[in-house]
Design a binder for this molecule. Structure first.
Ligand code: MG
Length: 250
């Protein structure tokens, strides 16, 4: 099943995608929202970010090759940081480069959407609590990240968390290709099989720090090849089976 959030006729709704059509849901997809009303052609609606998370929990250096390109080691335990929910944008929305940075970079990642509350869980329970997967761009002001110990400012600017275009609930995350293109030129291509900690281990680890709530989003780290984006660029994140998340840079 593919779920989404969309705008049509001035209204924002949760939805379920059926082929080239979308049907509205009467509630959040992970809370048992049921389809209602007539299906609409997908081409006639605006897809929004498919989640409205209470928090976005991100994992740093979860691919060895990316840790190497950053000149750092793979952490012994998952390295966690947060992006504020206000950073989330949907497909087609502008990533805005803040005036305080001259090195804004893309990070293509697999996003995990939590389906039910998860606290102090093991990997098996964490697996059961996953609602689905989506594409995510962990946009980063690299110059600010290098200047400061904390990642909050470098990773937390408004628009620095593009997500979408939808959530797929039937995917096995073990061997997915995670790719990034800027203006059509490939910058990143990795596989989730090279993650240091897999999604189940990550959710379990996070849940032993903070309770994950339905609709929360976990960014699972980026493969190697991160690089700069500039105003006027188009950046695409593609995860196999999850479609294409495309955003302009302003
Ligand atoms: Mg990242």
């Amino acid at each position: 099943m593919r779920t989404c959030r969309f705008r049509a006729g001035g209204q924002e709704r949760w939805g379920v995608i059926e082929g080239d059509r979308v049907r509205a849901l009467n509630g959040e997809p992970w809370a048992g929202g049921l389809a209602e009303g007539k299906p609409l052609p997908l081409a006639e609606v605006t897809l929004l970010a498919p989640v409205r998370p209470s928090k976005v929990v991100c994992v740093g250096r979860n691919y060895a090759a990316h840790a190497r390109e950053m000149g750092t080691e793979v952490p012994k335990q998952p390295l966690l940081f947060l992006k504020p929910p206000s950073a989330v944008i949907g497909p087609g929305e502008e990533i805005r480069c803040p005036p305080g940075s001259s090195d804004v970079q893309h990070e293509a990642e697999l996003g995990v959407v939590v389906g039910r509350a998860l606290s102090r869980a093991g990997a098996a329970e964490a697996r059961q609590a996953i609602f689905g997967y989506t594409c995510l761009n962990d946009v980063t002001a690299r110059d600010i990240q290098r200047e400061e110990k904390q990642f909050t400012r470098a990773k937390g600017f408004d628009t620095f968390c593009p997500v979408g275009p939808w959530i797929d609930t039937g995917l096995d995350p073990a061997e997915l290709t995670v790719a990034c293109r800027v203006n059509g030129a490939e910058r990143q291509r990795g596989s989730t099989r090279d993650m240091v900690f897999d999604p189940y281990a990550l959710l379990a680890f996070i849940s032993n720090v903070m309770t994950l709530l339905p609709g929360d989003l976990v960014a699972t780290g980026t493969p190697e090849g991160v690089g700069r984006i500039e105003p006027g660029d188009w950046v695409e994140v593609e995860v196999s089976g999850l479609g294409l998340l495309r955003n302009p840079v302003a």
